[in-house]
Ligand binder design. Structure first.
Ligand code: 3PG
Length: 208
């Protein structure tokens, strides 16, 4: 099954302290969001991915902000089960395709989408979704390129997520709103679980 179809929302998580990784992942899974993207934006990220892979087997843990072949290797070595990139170069696409892991390569324009479709890649991250044109842009892509489906991220919140999820070429959405930095800093995992539960209920809600 595709990563896009496992949950309506993929939490995009920035982890500063690897100690928080396991309780955080457990809270997201308990709320109903088992697919988790830990971004390679902090020194703790690879450690966090490894801990979640080892201790929260019910989570589908992936690495985000994958930018280089070295990131691909480090993520796979840490235990990531999928990869997400903010954009895609030919070198990065080669590395991700060679990893054997499922992945969502980033694209933001029709030309970028077509370049990935030429490689047979039809499940992509649309980033940065809001600034790149949002729902209107994705709607426009569905006409000429209907076979490509997306996980939009960047500017997605509970209020606009249903509009994205109602599009035929959107499988799921991603975002950071599920893991507010203050909740992580104070260990408020109950709040994370509640945000996850609200997000897990988003699929199927009619577009506003
Ligand atoms: C990403 O990498 O997907 C974005 O940083 C998510 O951005 P957001 O904070 O707007 O959800």
């Amino acid at each position: 099954m595709s990563i896009l179809d496992l949950a309506p929302v993929i939490p995009v998580v920035v982890i500063d302290d690897a100690e928080t990784a396991v309780p955080l992942a457990r809270a997201l899974v308990a709320g109903g969001l088992p697919v988790i993207e830990v971004t390679l934006r902090t020194p703790a990220a690879l450690d966090a991915i490894g801990r979640i892979a080892a201790e929260v087997p019910e989570a589908m843990i992936g690495a985000g902000t994958v930018r280089t072949p070295a990131d691909v290797r480090a993520s796979a070595d840490a235990g990531a089960k999928f990869l997400v990139s903010p954009g895609t170069t030919p070198v990065l696409a080669d590395a991700m395709q060679g990893s054997g892991l499922p992945f969502l390569p980033g694209a933001a324009t029709a030309s970028e989408v077509l370049a990935l479709a030429e490689r047979g890649l039809t499940e992509l991250k649309f980033f940065p979704a809001g600034p790149a044109g949002g729902v209107a842009y994705l709607k426009a892509l569905a006409g000429p390129i209907p076979e490509v489906r997306f996980c939009p991220t960047g500017g997605i919140r509970p209020d606009n997520a249903p509009e994205y999820l109602a599009l035929p070429n959107v499988g799921c959405v991603g975002g950071t709103w599920l893991t507010p930095p203050d909740a992580l800093a104070s260990g408020d995992y109950a709040r994370v679980e509640k945000l996850a539960a609200e997000a897990a209920a988003l699929r199927g809600r009619p577009s506003p």
